[in-house]
Ligand binder design. Structure first.
Ligand SMILES: [Zn+2]
Length: 87
């Protein structure tokens, strides 16, 4: 997951933690019988250039990038978008 920038139009390889931002995505997957729920933590990385204008979002179970609307957001090292996937 962290081998390269998540932005599909960017192929920057992941090398250093201080370059760009790592996004932690927490998801809950319910088993087919509905009796148990598995918590999954996934990590994605955006390179320095992409992380200034993009963030990681989960759409229909797939992690992708979306533009940051507020340009004066406080810089944080880790962001934790959450999504509950109902089985
Ligand atoms: Zn990038």
């Amino acid at each position: 997951m962290l081998s390269s920038c998540l932005n599909p139009s960017c192929s920057a390889p992941f090398r250093y933690l201080y370059d760009g931002r790592i996004f932690t995505v927490e998801r809950f997957l319910t088993s087919p019988d509905g009796l148990s729920t598995e918590r999954m933590i996934e990590h994605y990385w955006l390179c320095g250039a992409c992380s200034r204008s993009m963030k990681v979002v989960v759409e229909q179970g797939v992690a992708t990038t979306a533009p940051i609307r507020t340009e004066r957001m406080a810089a944080r090292g880790v962001e934790a978008p959450r999504q509950l996937l109902a089985g």
